[in-house]
Design a protein around this ligand. Structure first.
Ligand SMILES: Cc1cc2nc3c(=O)[nH]c(=O)nc-3n(C[C@H](O)[C@H](O)[C@H](O)COP(=O)(O)OP(=O)(O)OC[C@H]3O[C@@H](n4cnc5c(N)ncnc54)[C@H](O)[C@@H]3O)c2cc1C
Ligand code: SF4
Length: 328
């Protein structure tokens, strides 16, 4: 394991300045992903900046207009927060079902959104694939069962974070701190695909980090109902083969608004815009759920041994949509 210096800044400004001054530095949340990367040699930072002394990053606060979740709030705290359970059910479900109880206790929302890909070849310290600045994608012609089925280009990772998929349903914004600046961007602009930057999965620059996630509050009459389900090989401690989140607003039997997002099928959370368009303004009474589910992925390009993901995505979305309609 490579050696590193560790210290805990006391303010956001101090973190940003330390990231700027130390070229090869990383922030660390619960360490459940970063420390295993360091142990297996996938990454070798010289300096780790612990965020646990900055109280503002560890709180969930709600106003009339928005809910703010600090980036150091644990996954467990996200899943059990009463406001999140009531108003953003899919986020609570996604958090409650990810990884293991131990990881949910230490893992943070910021770390979950910024965790690195799980591709076996990327995680192998002996392999320098394109994502690590090498010249070749070793997954091509190798083990392709867990790769993406759409939007891959040169690199075929799938997006691993359950919370990112759920947050994409609720117009979440990510707050980013950089030198002299705090800005917010929509979650849809936070993640980047391999065609935009093969070396990174987010737009964060080297001296930037995530301070919080914001969700818009809704009056009771305009709240969305939502659901998150995922298929995995083991029932605990396993990433999604495919996951889907749906949020719906139904009024007088008609779908007024609908957001659908998948994990496990593309390098970033995959919004199913074509299916959302089909569902909005339709009556739930005679909805053709099977037809709608067939629109899940607009242009699937599976490998021979992951075609199952296309079927799985269709079936998961059928179930989630039917469950939500039954609950009306
Ligand atoms: C066995 C196992 C099963 C798992 N299953 C799932 C699963 O089903 N679903 C799922 O979503 N995840 C799963 N995970 C991943 C797990 O949820 C993450 O490891 C965890 O959420 C990361 O949080 P952390 O605070 O420990 O991050 P850390 O390990 O501290 O950091 C992870 C990465 O994020 C960066 N980072 C941390 N905080 C910030 C910040 N505020 N701003 C910018 N960058 C930051 C770090 O530099 C590092 O690169 C699993 C992990 C394991 C080991
Ligand atoms: S899919 Fe991406 S991360 Fe995996 S081997 Fe290919 S280039 Fe590397």
């Amino acid at each position: 394991m490579s050696t590193f210096r560790y210290y805990e800044p006391e303010s956001v400004a101090e973190v940003v300045s330390a990231l700027k001054d130390n070229v090869n530095s990383s922030v660390i949340g619960g360490g459940s992903d970063l420390l295993s990367e360091i142990k297996n040699g996938t990454t070798k930072p010289n300096v780790l900046l612990g965020l646990s002394r900055i109280d503002d990053l560890k709180r969930i606060t709600a106003t009339d207009t928005e809910v703010r979740i600090g980036s150091m709030v644990t996954i467990n705290a996200v899943s059990s927060d009463p406001v999140i359970k009531r108003d953003y059910g899919a986020l609570s479900e996604a958090s409650a079902g990810l990884a293991t109880p131990q990881i949910r206790n230490v893992g943070t929302l910021g770390g979950n959104l910024n965790q690195r890909p799980r591709c076996w070849y990327y995680r192998n310290p002996l392999i320098d694939c394109l994502k690590k600045g090498g010249t070749k994608c070793y997954a091509l012609g190798g083990h392709t069962k867990y790769l993406c089925v759409t939007e891959g280009e040169r690199c075929y990772i799938v997006h691993p974070s359950d919370t990112a998929v759920a947050l994409s349903l609720f117009s979440a914004e990510i707050e980013i701190a950089s030198a002299g600046d705090i800005r917010r961007i929509p979650i849809g602009s936070f993640f980047v695909s391999p065609s935009e930057n093969i070396l990174r999965e987010t737009i964060l620059g080297p001296d930037e980090f995530v301070t919080a996630v914001y969700l818009p509050s809704h009056a009771p009459e305009s709240r969305h109902m939502s659901k998150y389900i995922k298929a995995r090989e083991r029932q605990s401690g396993d990433f999604a083969l495919v996951s889907v989140g749906i949020s719906l607003k139904v009024s007088s039997g008609t779908i007024q608004a609908c957001n659908i997002c998948f994990g496990g099928i593309a390098p970033t959370p995959y919004r199913s815009i074509q299916m959302e368009k089909y569902l909005v303004n339709r009556s739930v009474e005679n909805l053709d759920v099977s037809y709608a589910a067939g629109l899940a992925i607009s242009d699937p390009k599976p490998f021979p041994d992951n075609e199952y993901k296309v079927t799985l995505a269709t079936n998961l979305v059928k179930k989630a949509l039917s469950d939500l309609i039954c609950d009306l």
